[in-house]
Design a protein around this ligand. Sequence first.
Ligand code: SF4
Ligand code: SF4
Length: 413
Amino acid sequence: MGKTINTIKEKVERGEAQIFTVQQIKKMLRNEEKITIDDVDIITTATCGIMSGTSAIMHFKVSEPGKFKKAKKVYLNGVPAFPGPCPNENLGLVDIILYGTSTSTENPDYGGGFLLNDILKRKEIEVIIESTDSKTIKTSLTLDKIKTARIIGTRMAYKNYMAFINPGDEPIASIFNSIPMEGPFKGLSFSGCGELNPLQNDPKMETIKPGTPILLNGAIGMIIGEGTRSTPEKPNLMMVGDLHEMNPYYIGGFRTAAGPEIFNTIAIPIPILNKEIFTNTLVTNDIIPLPIADIRDRSIIDKTNYKTVWMGDERPSYHPQRCADCKKCLVAERCPTLAFEDTLDLEKCFGCGMCANSCPNNVFEMRTGKVTLHLNGKSIKVPVVCRQSDLKRAKKLAEELKCKIESGEFPIG
Ligand code: SF4
Ligand code: SF4
């Protein structure tokens, strides 16, 4: 008998549903264990990475009514936000849209992603309003004072992306690497969680649809529809979730050579309703193509696969006794999530690999793999120097989603 979403829901309620994380399924496949559609009811898939199309819509009070007419400019910890669309005339209130990619006017390393992480950590945020009647209001707030705070992602969970290298001699500053990418062929950066990604496991979006509940940075959110620039070959999703319910571990800032970016973590359940849906979830990294593009113009120059780039460690090992206290610490200067100041903060670490590729004394060690390019009859080995996605966070959220479904805290369908 075929499965329906209702029969799966009933099994969940009876505590009989067979729920697996995507990493469990991939491990079983690698171990050549036999899995059939009858063994699986739901697979929790996930991804984590830089997702530039992230905004926050917020509403909060900044003064008593009548103190200013309406906001013309709004800054939160120096990060500019867009006031409106509601003008809230003479009410002492503001509505804003904040981009996750906006940069602070005071600190080029601080932006919307870092700010949202600080808000979620309940830190005090400095607010400056410049009004249409030439007044400046200075105040501060914490998350509990922000009545409405929703994350809207306009282009999230890309099915697969590209890797980048620099074939030229001049370093190229871009959002695709933490520092200006050196060339020729000195290092490769990439994004995407490959076989864990929800859209990689449901490429025709047979179960991932508008209205599907998801975990967005730990909060129960919802898919709105396809995201901007989504195509059948390279789909992505638009989604929404309440910032109040999110976990700061899953959302934050990521410095790049072209300014601060924002990362998010998303988990989506795939109910296994039929054979085709099940078969699509059997995809593994070795068969997921990853085009390699020239960072200067995004032209494709070769291709690899996600197995090659995800070889190695998820986190660096740290050997402080080797530190030579260099005058300028390249790790502190380059770490995209500010995980290294005096010591390594593993809660902030993203597993990007930049530290291991930067420290001259091997204070950080991490295997991040190498890709072999085939160009003009020559083979060139290029080390992976910057991962812009994080398997560890993705796996953790996939596990969290599985637990929430099992405990009845997460609605299926
Ligand atoms: S670059 Fe390495 S050795 Fe130098 S201060 Fe930083 S961690 Fe220490
Ligand atoms: S891997 Fe190294 S550089 Fe990357 S986030 Fe972690 S500590 Fe920072």
